[in-house]
Design a protein around this ligand. Structure first.
Ligand SMILES: Cc1cc2nc3c(=O)[nH]c(=O)nc-3n(C[C@H](O)[C@H](O)[C@H](O)COP(=O)(O)O)c2cc1C
Length: 228
């Protein structure tokens, strides 16, 4: 085996690409990327930007100005599985990676518009063609349909599915929803919303451990050196 082959096998090139409005996907991406680097991978991270003129005003600022209205206004487009304008960093528009990891948030039960748009973009064919890819979903509760769609869209662009993971927030149906609405409108972890006690929103405390374990699976699949 030549030196070049050895280096490719032990220092795989990995891309972690995600969209994040409230920075939960970014937090997972950072832990996954750091762990992959510890495993000797050459990691590039790329954040998709949501630039669509119809929605940009709403999603340019966090917390949301009109939380319920802003969330509900995404419903028709999400139900239609619509795509919109995004900016894809140049590093996520070309191939050459040994593995790609996609981070997707759930919006209205399915893949958020920015990631759907990315997965359907022409340039994603070059990125994913015959390339192993995995995905993680960050959501309040609903991850299955999102992960399934990411897997299906990625495979349609030539990607070879590896594995997926999901992160969901604390609380049951009602309280987790109140907690999310409270957070989207304030950007703070409050103890009550409309007088009702609510759990902490977003990622749970074990997210870093789960992210590292997932990164290890990806690193193994990409042929990285074994963990120390
Ligand atoms: C417009 C909108 C719609 C959402 N719809 C859902 C949903 O249907 N199911 C769910 O579990 N979470 C839903 N969420 C919650 C997000 O998945 C959650 O806030 C996640 O942390 C977003 O990732 P981010 O922080 O990286 O942007 C929604 C959030 C937004 C902003």
């Amino acid at each position: 085996m030549s030196d070049e082959q050895v280096s490719t096998a032990t220092n795989p090139k990995v891309l972690v690409v995600y969209y994040s409005f409230t920075q939960q996907n970014r937090k997972v991406a950072d832990v996954v990327a750091d762990r992959l680097r510890e495993r000797g991978c050459k990691v590039t991270t790329a954040a998709i930007e949501f630039t669509d003129k119809r929605y940009i005003e709403r999603f340019a600022v966090f917390p949301l100005k009109h939380r319920i209205f802003d969330i509900v206004r995404m419903l028709p487009a999400q139900l239609r599985r619509a795509t919109g304008e995004i900016r894809i960093p140049e590093e996520a528009q070309r191939g050459g990676y040994d593995l790609v990891c996609v981070g997707s948030a759930t919006w209205w039960l399915t893949t958020c518009m920015p990631i759907r748009s990315f997965l359907k973009a022409d340039s994603t064919k070059a990125l994913l063609s015959s390339t192993p890819f995995g995905a993680y979903v960050v959501c309040r509760r609903y991850w299955k349909s999102n992960l399934k769609s990411v897997r299906r869209m990625g495979a349609k662009q030539g990607g070879v599915w590896v594995d997926g993971i999901h992160f969901k927030a604390l609380g049951g149906q009602i309280r987790s929803l109140l907690s999310l609405i409270s957070y989207l409108g304030t950007g703070e972890n409050r103890s009550h919303y409309l007088g009702v006690p609510i759990p902490k929103p977003n990622l749970t405390d074990d997210y870093a451990d789960k992210s590292k374990a997932f990164a290890d699976q990806l690193a193994d699949r990409a042929g990285a050196t074994k963990a120390a």
